[in-house]
Ligand binder design. Structure first.
Ligand SMILES: C[S@@+](CC[C@H](N)C(=O)[O-])C[C@H]1O[C@@H](n2cnc3c(N)ncnc32)[C@H](O)[C@@H]1O
Length: 205
């Protein structure tokens, strides 16, 4: 799967994204925004902001920089910013595997329902880590591979199929942490079975 494919796919999703993935996944976004533990003046980067569904959950006394690959998803986010009168939010069309920000630029970095949509999640997480200052928080909200035999193997086998429609189902949280040198500080299960998790990591020195 290529970046170009993902971009085209989310451009197509943009008109009905909120209807499909808005309310249903709202609870997770609420938990992730609490895990950010934001303070007045904090610099937050949101990667893969999509249509900006997390924006109403963020305080106004912070600076938000947000990026996405899909121009059409960003257009919806821009409309939401207008409706919310959110002057503290800046949007950029950017690929998360090559963030155009200096090292240690942000206090917090947020990725909601995002890392399973990118072809190279390790590269993206390393970029998120690079731009987050040491001691800052990286918060991930995502579906992670389920370790129970039957469901787990089903998720692995069906992952290529799911990825064609926009997200993979075989991401292993522990492996991602090991491969990116991160450690889970807080983990919240979003659903009853625990497939969906919100995870906070502290950016290391
Ligand atoms: C499933 S949506 C999640 C949107 C939003 N975070 C939410 O909570 O609804 C994934 C988003 O990631 C974006 N995306 C995928 N790959 C990307 C990349 N390499 N760089 C930046 N954005 C990307 C897609 O365009 C899409 O808007």
């Amino acid at each position: 799967m290529t970046i170009e494919y993902v971009e085209k796919l989310y451009n197509r999703y943009s008109t009905f994204y909120d209807l499909l993935f808005g309310k249903v996944f709202h609870n997770g976004r609420e938990i992730a925004s609490e895990l950010l533990d934001l303070f007045p003046g904090a610099q937050l980067l949101e990667v893969g902001i999509g249509t900006g569904l997390s924006l109403p959950l963020l305080p106004r006394n912070i600076q938000v920089t947000a990026i996405d690959l899909s121009l059409k998803m960003l257009n919806h986010a821009r409309k939401r910013i207008g409706a919310l009168n959110s002057h503290h939010v800046q949007l950029f069309k950017m690929d998360a595997t090559q963030l155009e920000f200096a090292d240690n630029s942000f206090d917090r970095v947020l990725a909601t329902y995002f890392i399973s949509t990118v072809p190279d999640p390790i590269k993206v997480i390393l970029e998120m880590k690079r731009v987050c200052r040491s001691g800052g928080y990286l918060v991930f909200l995502n579906h992670f591979h389920y370790e129970v035999p039957v469901i787990g193997s089903l998720e692995k086998h069906l992952s290529p199929l799911f990825y064609r429609i926009g997200f993979r189902t075989d991401l292993n949280l522990q492996e991602l942490m090991e491969q990116t040198g991160l450690r889970i500080e807080t983990l919240e299960k979003i659903d009853f079975l625990g497939h969906w998790k919100a995870v906070r990591c502290v950016s290391p020195d």
